[in-house]
Ligand binder design. Structure first.
Ligand code: UN1
Length: 495
């Protein structure tokens, strides 16, 4: 029997009567992982109401105490890292080292935010008038909807939840359906840590029902969403109707630029990890390799030789280099892009669904490389799979022009030994994150994460930027002069 899970509302796991249910599966072999409630709009309403009622008490809880709960939640993740990492690997399909890395990233961030409970810094600023004190303090926004993707099923929810909670908000969490089992572990960490009833609520179910109910409910003050551009736009528009703050973290078409003076063996490891790590299913995945013509042939030979030795299979087996893609939908989408690529570009490697034996039960796609001119669909659209478009260029200027000529702007990278060029690239590349001599993936939680153009709408997650995302600034003026002082008018006489 598939293990059944309920919704987490007002501090209790509940299984609404006559609820519809859905199952998640292991994308490596189709085995069921868990059964979950397909929440109705009424269920979502109950979760929002619980969060609304819990808000005043949580807002009044001293932030260091809120941080203490986060510290305990991080402890749960630490104690169960291997077990949860295995659940991530089984339910999402990333290799076990990355499954554990997902949990590590979650716990790192929760711990980092726990410390934020003792900061939540405001500013003190001089006044233009005498006997007057000016400062800013941070206040929570209220009920926040956290809507998260399947590719980092413990890390990304925690980026949002931990930051929202330490700032004093209450949360309704809607995870991607295909990784609902991972979401249960995320919530259990806070439950065991003693988060008060209603402060964190979990509603599983479809975007159409649960997502829409969250984004349109006037009791929800802000929405933090990570996912695809189309859904993100819809969330933004619906949120705008209610004048909600909507934070979007969307796609990428991230380039590695390989210059003629690059350390090629170093770049080889970087490109393999960037393009085929997590089977290319990171927002930050290296989906374009922009190569100087002088090193094009030798580097492509090095790349394809290494892929010959790539082991593709069960992600839980530590010897596996690349697991399946996350779902049948993903598989279909990636394969259809590969077909587009075969028409508009030159297939250099891979290009097929893997079949036969154990492969038949899962969603396995070969690592795939196309040589393409800049401007083809595969070179500009986000595929979110193990498909790398390689583009030949003649110099740095062309490399930057190609790198920037896409709708996205999350991450970018350049491999070069020329320090002047490296510094120039930091300014020239139109992305929120730039790596020098490292691939486009692997951001660390203590720095801001996010992008420009269609990657988002200007905000950043993680680092101290997370605090900006989840607080309202209140500006406070204290006049202790015992008389009316008029800013801009009385202050003029000073000069
Ligand atoms: C994502 O793909 O949405 O930088 C997040 C990285 C990870 C996070 C990626 N730390 O690759």
């Amino acid at each position: 029997m598939t293990e059944r899970f309920g919704l987490f509302i007002n501090g209790a796991w509940t299984d609404p009567a006559n609820a519809k249910r859905f199952e998640t599966i292991n994308p490596a072999n189709g085995a069921p992982v868990g059964s979950f409630v397909s929440a109705s709009a009424e269920d979502v309403g109950r979760a929002i109401e619980a969060a609304r009622r819990a808000f005043p008490g949580w807002k009044e809880t001293p932030p260091p105490q809120r941080g203490e709960i986060l510290r305990k939640a991080a402890g749960y993740l630490r104690r169960h890292k291997d077990e949860i990492g295995t659940i991530v690997s089984r339910e999402m399909g990333k290799v076990i080292a990355e499954g554990k890395g997902d949990v590590q990233e979650a716990m790192d961030f929760v711990e980092y935010m726990a410390g934020e409970g003792r900061r939540l810094l405001g500013e003190t600023v001089p006044s233009e008038l005498r006997s007057k004190f000016c400062m800013t303090v941070r206040q929570p926004k209220g009920v926040i909807a956290c809507i998260t993707p399947w590719n980092f099923p413990t890390a990304i929810p925690n980026w949002k939840i931990a930051a929202a909670l330490v700032c004093g908000n209450t949360v309704v969490f809607k995870p991607a359906s295909s990784t609902a089992r991972c979401a249960v572990e995320v919530v259990r960490a806070y439950e065991e840590a003693g988060v008060p009833p209603g402060v964190l609520n979990l509603v599983t179910g479809s975007g159409g029902v649960v997502g829409t109910a969250l984004v349109t409910d006037p009791r929800v003050r802000a929405v933090s969403f990570t996912g695809g551009v189309e859904t993100g736009r819809d969330v933004y528009v619906k949120g705008a109707e209610g004048l909600k703050m909507v934070h979007l973290e969307l796609g990428g078409k991230n380039p590695v630029i390989l210059m003629e003076d690059a350390d090629l063996p170093l770049a080889l490891d970087g490109v393999l990890f960037g393009a085929f790590g997590t089977a290319g299913q990171r927002c930050t995945a290296t989906s374009r390799l922009i190569v100087h013509e002088k090193v094009f042939d030798p580097f492509l030979k090095m790349l394809t030789d290494r892929l010959d030795a790539f082991r593709i299979g069960d992600p839980v087996d530590p010897k596996t280099d690349m697991g399946p893609v996350a779902s049948r939908d993903q598989e279909q989408k990636i394969l259809s892009y590969i077909e587009i690529g075969k028409k508009e570009a030159k297939l250099l490697y891979g290009g097929r669904k893997l079949t036969g034996g154990a492969y038949d039960k899962g969603f396995f796609i070969q690592p795939t490389i196309f040589e393409t001119a800049h401007g083809t669909r595969i070179s500009k659209e986000e595929i979110f799979g193990p498909v790398l478009s390689v583009i030949k260029v003649k110099d740095y200027a062309e490399a930057v022009r190609v790198a920037n000529d896409v709708d996205y702007g999350l991450s970018s990278s350049i491999y070069t030994r020329d320090v002047n060029r490296a510094f120039r690239a930091m300014g020239d590349l139109e992305t929120g994150i730039t790596y020098i001599n490292a691939p486009t993936i692997g951001a660390e939680i203590q720095l801001p994460f996010g992008g420009v153009k269609n990657t988002g709408n200007g905000g950043r997650e993680a680092g101290t930027a997370a605090i900006e995302e989840f607080t309202e600034i209140k500006t406070v003026f204290v006049d202790f002069s015992s008389k009316l002082q008029k800013a801009q008018i009385d202050s003029e006489s000073v000069a």
